[in-house]
Unconditional design. Structure first.
Length: 259
């Protein structure tokens, strides 16, 4: 049997079968047009084990590119759905940011975690209970219906509102103020939503569920809340209208300009 003919120009692949220490990349990512830094950062992140740090500072210790290029690569990957940042409640009630890396944008977490514990049940598509649930508080349904005023992507159907309303009512019964609930549901949303918003909201209502308060809730300012951003310099969260650097990273540059 004659050997297959080879092309007269262009790349010729010498394939080697690998059984360990390799990473599978979708052609959609490997052949992505644009910045090579973005593709390289994505490939590196996908090759890391779960729990490995992927902050801007950590990535800069591996790559020769500076913080600005790395931050822009992370923004592009998040916008296209390769990365997703979620705001969750950590130990002792601390609000933390967790980053999820997708082999394919939009894939369910169970498909890519390699046997890890699946996401909590509320992450799945919300469905109406089989038995009649208690009538939700009108304040809960009004709060959910008003979410598109904060983020137009959070438009819910009537069925989804009725499904989520009992969880919002539970937050209200625990002493959470409506503005506090709205902020928990809308702050730090990814640049691109790859699933129905009801699923994301159900997940947040479950994992960020506050403890029962014995003291009156604090008074909340009902003015619009400035969204959370991740600093391009130190990767810390700070509030600003657009991405950039936090006050601590801006101060040295401002001092140099003033000198």
């Amino acid at each position: 049997m004659s050997a297959p003919s080879r092309p007269s120009s262009g790349v010729i692949h010498i394939r080697t079968r690998q059984t360990s220490h390799f990473t599978v990349l979708a052609n959609r990512l490997a052949q992505r047009a644009g910045s090579a830094v973005t593709v390289g950062v994505a490939a590196y992140i996908l090759s890391l084990p779960d729990g490995a740090p992927i902050t801007i500072a950590a990535l800069c210790t591996h790559f020769a590119e500076g913080k600005t290029a790395i931050a822009e690569a992370l923004r592009e990957l998040e916008a296209e759905g390769w990365l997703e940042r979620r705001i969750e409640r950590g130990p002792r009630g601390r609000i933390i940011t967790r980053t999820f890396a997708y082999d394919v944008p939009g894939a369910e977490p169970e498909e890519r975690t390699g046997g890890q514990e699946p996401e909590p049940q509320p992450e799945r598509e919300p469905s109406l209970p089989s038995s009649p649930a208690p009538e939700p508080a009108p304040e809960a349904t009004s709060l959910l219906a008003a979410l598109p005023h904060r983020d137009r992507r959070l438009l819910l159907s009537e069925r989804e509102i009725m499904t989520l309303a009992p969880a919002v009512t539970d937050w209200l019964d625990r002493g959470a103020a409506p503005q506090e609930i709205t902020e928990a549901l809308t702050s730090g949303l990814p640049a691109r939503l790859n699933r129905r918003p009801a699923r994301l909201l159900a997940h947040r209502l479950a994992v960020l569920r506050p403890p029962v308060r014995t003291a009156p809730p604090p008074q909340h300012d009902r003015s619009p809340v400035t969204p959370l951003q991740n600093c391009d310099g130190c990767d810390r969260a700070f509030r600003a209208d657009r991405p950039g650097r936090c006050r601590g990273c801006r101060a040295p540059a401002e001092a140099r300009r003033a000198a």
